[in-house]
Design a protein around this ligand. Structure first.
Ligand code: DAH
Length: 349
C-alpha cells in the first residue's frame, strides 16, 4: 500500500465510523486540520525532488477530492437519517380540534355611549367635549354655584393639589355640566350639544363608583321650554329602550343650574325576571333636567332675554344596567373577559 492509499483508507474509515451530523465537523478537523492527516502527508513533500513532488502532489489532490466527495455523501445521508428520525417522533395531528380564539369585545359602556350618541344626533345634537381635569369656575361657579354654595359640598369632589389660579382650585370634574359652559362660550346660539364622558366623586359602593360616566345635553334656542324638554326626554328613552309605550314621571327637583328643575323617573315592572317599561308600579330615577338658569346662560355669553335653554344629564352606567341588567356598577370597571362575554357585547365588524 502506498502512502496515499493508506491515507485514503484511514480517512475513509474515519468517515465510515461517523454516525451524527455533529461529529462531521470534528472529522473534517482530523483530516484537513492544522495537524490533520493530509497535512502530515503534505509535510513529506518537502524532502522530495521535483518529479516525485509532482507525482505525490497529484496523488494527494485526488485523495483530497475523493475524501471531500465521501464527506458530502455522508453528510447528506446523516441529514436524511436525522430528518426521518425527527419526522417519526414529532407528528402533527391534523384531526385535532382547533384552539378557541377569543375576539375583542366592545365594552358595554362604549356600546351604550354609541347608542346614546346616535339617538341624540338624530335629534340634531352635536357632540362636544370638555376636560376631565377642571377648575372650580367651570365645575361650580359658572353653573350658578358661587363660592360657599351648599351644593358644592354635596359633590364629594376630588381636589387636585396644585396652586389655585383665577379660576379657583383644580379638580376632577364631578359632572359633565361644565361642558355646557365650554360649548356655549365657543359658539353662537342657536345650538344643541351633547357630551359623554367620565366624572369623578369620592364615593364607592355597589351603586356608586368613584369614576362613572354621564351624558350631558344642552339646547339653546329661541322660545325653547319645558314642554320641549319633556318631549325630548320621553322620545330619547323610547328609542333607547326600543319601547313603544314608555311612561315617565317628572318630579320637581333642585339643581342650581336649572330653574325649574326636575328628575325623571321611568315606569317599569319586573315580570319573569325581565324588566318591562311603561307599566307597573315601580319607578326608577334616570335623569336630571331643567330649563337653563338665566345666570348660567350669562356665564355662557348668551343673552337670556333673547334665548332660552333646556338641559339634561343621564348616568350612562345606570342606563346600561337598566337595558342589559347589570346589577353592580363596579363590574363595569373590572371588565373581566368572562364578564364581558357573559353580557354578550360581541364586536361585529
Ligand atoms: N349635573 C347633574 C348631576 O351630576 C345632572 C344634571 C341635572 C345635568 C340637571 C343637567 C341638568 O344638565 O339640567 O347630578
Amino acid at each position: 500500500m502506498t502512502e496515499t492509499e493508506k491515507l485514503l483508507a484511514s480517512c475513509l474509515s474515519e468517515i465510515e465510523k461517523c454516525d451524527s451530523l455533529k461529529k462531521i465537523e470534528a472529522i473534517k478537523n482530523v483530516i484537513f486540520g492544522k495537524n490533520g492527516k493530509i497535512t502530515q502527508v503534505m509535510d513529506k513533500l518537502r524532502g522530495l525532488d521535483q518529479e516525485d513532488k509532482r507525482k505525490l502532489g497529484a496523488e494527494i489532490n485526488s485523495v483530497k477530492n475523493e475524501i471531500t466527495r465521501q464527506l458530502n455523501l455522508k453528510y447528506s445521508r446523516l441529514e436524511l437519517k436525522e430528518l426521518n428520525k425527527k419526522l417519526g417522533s414529532e407528528f402533527v395531528d391534523v384531526s385535532a380540534p382547533a384552539r378557541p380564539r377569543s375576539f375583542g369585545k366592545i365594552h358595554p359602556l362604549t356600546k351604550v355611549s354609541e347608542e346614546i350618541a346616535d339617538i341624540l344626533s338624530y335629534y340634531g345634537f352635536v357632540c362636544a367635549d370638555g376636560p376631565d381635569l377642571e377648575n372650580e369656575y367651570y365645575n361650580f361657579t359658572a353653573l350658578n354655584m358661587p363660592d360657599h354654595h351648599p351644593a358644592r359640598t354635596m359633590h364629594d369632589t376630588f381636589y387636585i393639589n396644585t396652586p389655585s389660579d383665577e379660576k379657583g382650585r383644580h379638580l376632577l370634574r364631578t359632572h359633565t355640566s361644565p361642558v355646557q359652559i365650554h360649548s356655549m362660550l365657543a359658539n353662537t346660539p342657536p345650538y344643541r350639544f351633547f357630551s359623554i364622558g367620565r366624572v369623578y366623586r369620592s364615593d364607592s359602593d355597589a351603586t356608586h363608583t368613584p369614576m362613572f360616566t354621564q351624558v350631558e345635553g344642552i339646547m339653546v334656542e329661541k322660545n325653547v321650554g319645558f314642554a320641549h324638554l319633556k318631549w325630548l326626554i320621553t322620545n330619547f328613552l323610547k328609542k333607547f329602550f326600543a319601547a313603544k309605550d314608555l311612561s315617565i314621571r317628572l318630579r320637581p327637583s333642585f339643581f342650581p343650574f336649572t330653574e325649574p328643575s326636575a328628575e325623571v323617573d321611568l315606569n317599569y315592572e319586573v315580570k319573569n325576571g325581565e324588566m318591562a317599561f311603561g307599566r307597573g308600579d315601580k319607578w326608577l330615577e334616570v335623569c336630571g333636567c331643567g330649563v337653563v338658569h338665566p345666570n348660567v346662560l350669562r356665564y355662557g355669553n348668551v343673552d337670556p332675554e333673547k334665548y332660552q335653554g333646556i338641559a339634561f344629564g343621564f348616568g350612562v352606567e345606570r342606563l346600561t344596567s337598566l337595558k342589559y341588567g347589570v346589577p353592580d356598577l363596579r363590574e363595569y370597571f373590572e371588565s373581566g373577559d368572562r364578564w364581558k362575554s357573559t353580557f354578550g357585547f360581541h364586536h361585529v365588524s
